[in-house]
Design a protein around this ligand. Sequence first.
Ligand code: ADP
Ligand code: GN1
Ligand code: MG
Length: 362
Amino acid sequence: MSTEHDIGAVARQFQIPGEVSAVTPFGNGHINDTYRVVFERAGVPARCILQRINQNVFKNPPAVMENIQRVTAHLAAHLATEPDRDRRVLTLIAARDGRAWHVDAQGSYWRAYRLIENARTYDAVESPQQAYQAARAFGRFQQLLADLPAPRLHDTIPDFHHTPKRFMALEQAIACDVQNRAILADPEIKFALARNSMTRVLLDANLPERVTHNDTKFNNVMLDDATGEGICVIDLDTVMPGLVLYDMGDMVRTTTSPAEEDERDLSRVTMQFPMFEAIVRGYLSSAGEFLTQEEKQHLAFAGKLATFEQGIRFLTDYLAGDTYYKVHREGHNLDRCRAQFKLVESIEQQEDRMTRLVEAIR
Ligand code: ADP
Ligand code: GN1
Ligand code: MG
């Protein structure tokens, strides 16, 4: 978290009435700095989410914000007649100068959202119902954005899910080995290099470009506290043109194992079939109508690829000296990589059954 920033002073740059009464670091994201800020006016509290955009990762913050403004406005228009519509889409709070962001004296970009009340995110899935709800929400998100008018959204991170380029970045990190860590990751490097052949499959599958979320981690969807419904998709920095199967795949990666992403006890990291089935059913319940045959054919494969891609991204960052993801302990990125590769193995063992399930219900 950025201690050098006075969070209360930043919060006052947004059009929120009242005085700042509390600031708390919030969430477990790897990229941005997130705070929950409470404002009080005449004893009545109002809560918001304040975020500092990570400019090491997002080189063009105004482009990120322009995408988010267009996407949230489009979603809000679609949801205008729904009950509880304010909790179903993120709402940006304007800065005092009327823009959707504030730039502080250090040049950092900040944004504020209304806090979605009576809902929360989870770092690990607990039930197939939760998996179903998350997948249904991400599918609906894609569906509602299918008619987003031109122009094309900005690529906030170019080639974000270009797995062959991720693989090349890994090869480069192994060759440079700037921290002399390759020796410590020898089994993981061998595991990765043996699986190059899967990296091109989706790019070669003649799939349509759509507006996708690109970071469909289980903790990027808020589940309603009372009903468990997947009520709001959050973390919109990477919403841009992409392939829906990477969204599907990242759900499988983050919503089938009972363990967290950085679990060190690898015996706990497994692809639980009932969770996979719930994801497929939840996703098809909202996205089934617009998916092409080619997309449906690759639904079962997507999880293996996305999990592998994430594993090589963590491994690359480990070898490069932890410059991209926030780390909280020695070897954290290597632990994360190991958990991803364990999950890839678990998926490989169940791949035939996963394919048969998708064939049966698609
Ligand atoms: P990161 O890119 O770092 O993952 P997120 O946008 O996902 O950042 O936010 C981090 C966490 O903050 C989320 O997992 C969620 O728990 C919480 N959060 C984010 N936005 C909101 C919101 N509008 N209302 C309530 N909680 C939120
Ligand atoms: C990052 O922001 P967060 O923590 O939701 C990353 C994703 C990774 C994820 C792995 C912009 O997501 O791509 O899949 O970590 N976001 C970016 O947990 O790189
Ligand atoms: Mg997040």
